[in-house]
Design a protein around this ligand. Structure first.
Ligand SMILES: [Fe+2]
Ligand SMILES: [Fe+2]
Length: 279
């Protein structure tokens, strides 16, 4: 039987160059199934990516000198390329959101100031543990985006393409930071305590940005919006209900991201890309 570590070593991580060009005028404000809750939730997530992914790259790069496995070093290169392009594309996406009056520049400033602070005061091993925790979040959410039609049903095609591309690449590189952490740091307790902290911070942060967007949309006090939010989390698609088991796996001592073998999803992008316009 192939082990998770063997699967991990077999994964190629290409750095695809993309340019989604968010310039269309006809994208509606509630571009996700005409649903204010889901649209603002995804927008809030997107606001975390440019600076967050820069932090991931820094944290992995800072441990590279402790890695001797040439295959993992090659995968680190692919990981950095992918996250750099994700950050760039999400920055364009976030700029596009300004047209709806969202305070993107302020959010960017907060995100940047926090990452500068972290780089100065948080040890690099902790920043790598944060990276692993957030990569686990993105990997389990990406799996839903790629496998559950309800998770993307009704998205504007421009946004859908981007979220699917990002989800595939998050799946491809889901174990890179983790493998680096295991070889360079290895502490179980740091990994799981960081996951608990990050779960709280991640939920608070996305909720805060989402509340700002809902307020700007005049939807903050609309009971229908909150009912749709409840449906999104618990009923249809029921994100919390669908990912909590995968989330908890992270707390196992012998956890590895490729225990969840979803390699079958990886070939999808090349087929889908025919319809898109890579640079
Ligand atoms: Fe990413
Ligand atoms: Fe990632």
């Amino acid at each position: 039987m192939t082990t998770a570590q063997e699967i991990s070593a077999s994964i190629d991580i290409p750095g695809r160059k993309m340019d989604f060009e968010f310039e269309l005028d006809d994208i509606p404000r509630h571009w996700f199934a005409d649903d204010a809750f889901r649209s603002t939730y995804m927008n809030a997530l997107s606001c975390l990516f440019p600076e967050g992914e820069r932090m991931f790259m820094d944290a992995v790069r800072a441990h590279q000198n402790k890695i001797s496995d040439p295959r993992l070093l090659e995968q680190i290169k692919g990981f950095i390329k992918q996250e750099a392009i994700h950050g760039h594309e999400h920055a364009q996406y976030n700029d596009y959101l300004k047209k709806w009056g969202y305070p993107i520049d302020r959010i960017n400033k907060i995100e940047k100031a926090e990452k500068v602070w972290m780089k100065k005061w948080v040890p690099k091993s902790h920043r790598l543990a944060i990276t692993c925790a957030l990569e686990h979040f993105t990997a389990i959410m990406a799996h839903q985006v790629l496998t559950d039609p309800q998770a993307t049903e009704g998205m504007h095609p421009q946004f859908k393409q981007m979220w699917r591309w990002h989800a595939i690449e998050e799946t491809e590189h889901k174990a890179v930071a983790y493998d680096v952490y295991q070889q360079a740091v290895g502490s179980y307790w740091l990994r799981v305590i960081t996951m608990i902290n990050i779960t709280i911070m991640f939920c608070l942060r996305t909720t805060l940005y989402q509340l700002i967007f809902l307020w700007k949309d005049g939807e903050l006090f609309n009971p229908k919006t909150w009912w749709r939010g409840f449906q999104f989390y618990f009923l249809k698609p029921g994100m919390v209900r669908k990912i909590w088991r995968d989330y908890l796996d992270y707390f196992r001592r012998d956890f590895h991201p490729w225990d969840h073998d979803n390699r079958a999803l990886l070939g999808q992008w090349e087929a889908e890309a025919q319809a898109y316009k890579p640079v």
